[in-house]
Design a protein around this ligand. Structure first.
Ligand code: PMM
Length: 295
């Protein structure tokens, strides 16, 4: 399907030049170096295996590989920064030395800083700056894009925080409060990417409205590049009506993820974060859009 050529994808400032020139939605491949992530936990704990999987994601067309060392699944075991560092740094270094754009998925400034030294080009913070008071000062001092994701709490407390009236309006308001605080802490506005945080402090009934075409169209007008991370998430196992899907499987979730990528592309979102890269790349490549870098 060819989408509207009037759609403009907005890239954050500070992306490597080869990415900031791309006139389309980017595909971020997920590489969880964890024993307990929801869909790929335990597969890539060995650094060499993780590096190989990252290379495979790129050979399938991923523009960026997002390396994470801590599971964000509700109820996952909390780890310390030393453990997180020991999982991710070698992997970041291995991929970056191959010229691959790597993003570091972390709430911790110490991990972000070491990963940037190891060659990462983007920081992806699922806490939206709430996880570590030193994250924004760090981001203010470096020149890379920063993904600020909507979230309300940590781990097990998330489900109890999933109370919304108008979920899109509340997510936007809370994200913009964080953006204002981040900018006040010195973070360069033009390097910020926003993320509605699908599945974080949200139940299926909150996630589905956030991925409606009209909601994604709304996000595209927020004035920031937007990343969508819906891939394989729990809500995909539930129909919009709330009925569990009887055919719920990874294959079904991957197919639904591709449908959501199509919507993200149609709205002109900046990037999608996905596990199965190939089918999503096919969708973004079939789009006709223009791009611009943040001023
Ligand atoms: N989701 C997960 C981890 N990191 N980062 C961003 N920016 N957005 C997301 O939606 C997101 C993320 C959890 O998913 P996984 O366990 O499948 O990696």
């Amino acid at each position: 399907m060819v989408t509207d050529s009037a759609v403009v994808v907005r890239h954050p400032k500070g992306l490597p030049a080869e990415l900031s020139q791309l006139p389309r939605t980017l595909v971020v491949g997920v590489l969880n170096v964890t024993p307990d992530s929801f869909s790929d936990g335990g597969h890539y704990l060995d650094p060499q295996q993780a590096i190989e999987h990252g290379l495979e994601l790129v050979s399938q067309g991923a523009d960026i590989v997002d390396v994470g060392g801590e599971s964000t699944r509700p109820g996952a075991t909390a780890i310390d920064s030393e453990t997180e560092l020991s999982r991710v740094i070698e992997v970041v270094m291995g991929l970056a030395s191959e010229g691959i754009p790597v993003s570091i998925d972390t709430r911790r400034s110490q991990v972000a800083e070491r990963a940037l030294e190891a060659g990462a080009v983007l920081v992806n913070d699922v806490s939206g700056g709430r996880g570590d008071g030193a994250m924004w000062p760090l981001m203010a001092s470096v020149h890379v894009p920063y993904v600020l994701m909507h979230n309300r709490g940590e781990g097990a407390s998330q489900d109890s925080l999933a109370n919304y009236g108008d979920v899109l309006a509340e997510v936007k308001r809370e994200l913009f409060e964080q953006v204002e605080a981040a900018i006040a802490a010195g973070v360069d506005e033009s390097r910020i990417v926003l993320d509605p945080g699908i599945g974080f402090a949200k139940r299926a009934e909150h996630n589905w409205p956030l991925v409606h075409q009209s909601a994604l169209d709304d996000m595209a007008l927020w004035g920031f590049p937007v990343l969508l991370g819906a891939s394989r998430k729990r809500f995909l196992g539930v129909h919009e009506t709330g009925e569990p899907r009887i055919d719920d499987s990874m294959d079904t979730r991957d197919a639904l993820t591709v449908e959501l990528t199509q919507r993200a592309v149609s709205s002109g979102l900046w990037a999608v974060r996905v596990h199965r890269v190939e089918a999503n790349v096919a969708v973004v490549n079939s789009s006709r859009v223009r791009s611009e870098e943040a001023p």
